[in-house]
Design a protein around this ligand. Structure first.
Ligand code: B1M
Length: 218
């Protein structure tokens, strides 16, 4: 995005200090907070596209997401003060019995990078907690992660509990994690499966009707 090349490049390379410094500098120079956010989101779109096309791998995506997080820490108070809030909320958690959270945390960071408000429920999340949190935060997206072939079965219980709550009919349930497949997602009645964090962004955006900005993967 013109004017924010150094910020974008810091996010792409995972340079946390520069990403935060560029954000601070832009805001002190009178930049529109929404434009700064858009530039960050566009940079994360490129990260996602590079990951999808195999140009980068999980570690690179993780450092970019951390740089985005640092920059967001600078921007967030300004956005809040200006009354700019993400339009859509996603909740996410690792399913009951599962304490793996590295992949879930990356998905959460990428969703934040795509300008979703993300409520992270942590690990070992019971089905009833997904329901309660989705209600409390009026979530458009409910993300469930599992890394064990034993715990992925618990996803079925979570999906059932969410489906039983009529007031959550509008929420989209997205499942993912290493042992999870698209077939499994369909079998348990989830709305969507995402094989990785970049795909989770595309799926969440599609669910709330936001198109991707078709970033260049180069
Ligand atoms: Co565990 N563990 N672990 N472990 N562990 C695995 C998963 C395992 C494959 C290792 C192995 O045996 N080869 C195996 C599972 C076998 C199976 O069931 N198929 C295993 C086991 C058996 C166990 C224990 C049972 C070991 C024991 O105690 N006997 C135990 C279980 C604990 C529990 O959860 N109750 C256990 C414990 C642990 C640690 C605590 C030591 C640690 C977790 C630390 C943490 O997460 N804070 C750990 C780790 C680190 C691993 C491995 C090595 C790495 C997992 C990881 O973080 N990958 C893993 C082996 C491996 O994968 N090589 C293993 C990196 C991460 C970025 O990828 O999580 O797949 P991933 O996330 C990706 C996608 O899957 C996707 O996007 C992410 C980014 O692209 N994704 C989503 C994830 N969630 C998503 C949600 C979405 C969409 C996409 O939408 C909502």
């Amino acid at each position: 995005m013109p004017g924010y090349e150094r910020l974008a490049s810091a996010i792409l390379s995972g340079d946390q200090a520069t990403a935060a410094g560029e954000t601070r500098g832009a805001l002190e120079g009178g930049a529109d907070p929404q434009a700064v956010l858009d530039a960050m989101t566009a940079a994360m779109d490129i990260v996602g596209a590079r990951f999808q096309s195999g140009q980068i791998f999980v570690p690179e995506m993780l450092v970019s997401a951390r740089a985005m997080k640092e920059a967001m820490a600078v921007l967030e108070p300004i956005l809040t003060a200006s009354g700019i809030h993400p339009e859509h909320t996603a909740i996410i958690g690792s399913i009951k019995g599962d304490i793996h959270d590295i992949g879930k945390n990356i998905v959460a960071m990428m969703w934040r990078g795509a300008n979703f408000e993300v409520v992270d429920l942590g690990v070992n999340v019971m089905p009833a907690r997904f329901v309660e949190a989705a209600r409390e935060h009026r979530a458009a997206i409910i993300g469930i992660s599992a890394l064990l072939s034993t715990t992925m079965l618990g996803m079925r219980d979570a999906v059932r509990a969410i489906r039983a709550a009529e007031d959550l009919a509008g929420a989209t349930i997205i499942v993912g994690g290493a042992p999870v497949t698209g077939e499994f997602a369909t079998a348990i009645g989830a709305d969507a499966y995402a094989p990785n964090a970049a795909a989770a962004v595309d799926v969440a955006r599609a669910a709330v009707g936001i198109g991707t900005s078709a970033p260049s993967a180069s």
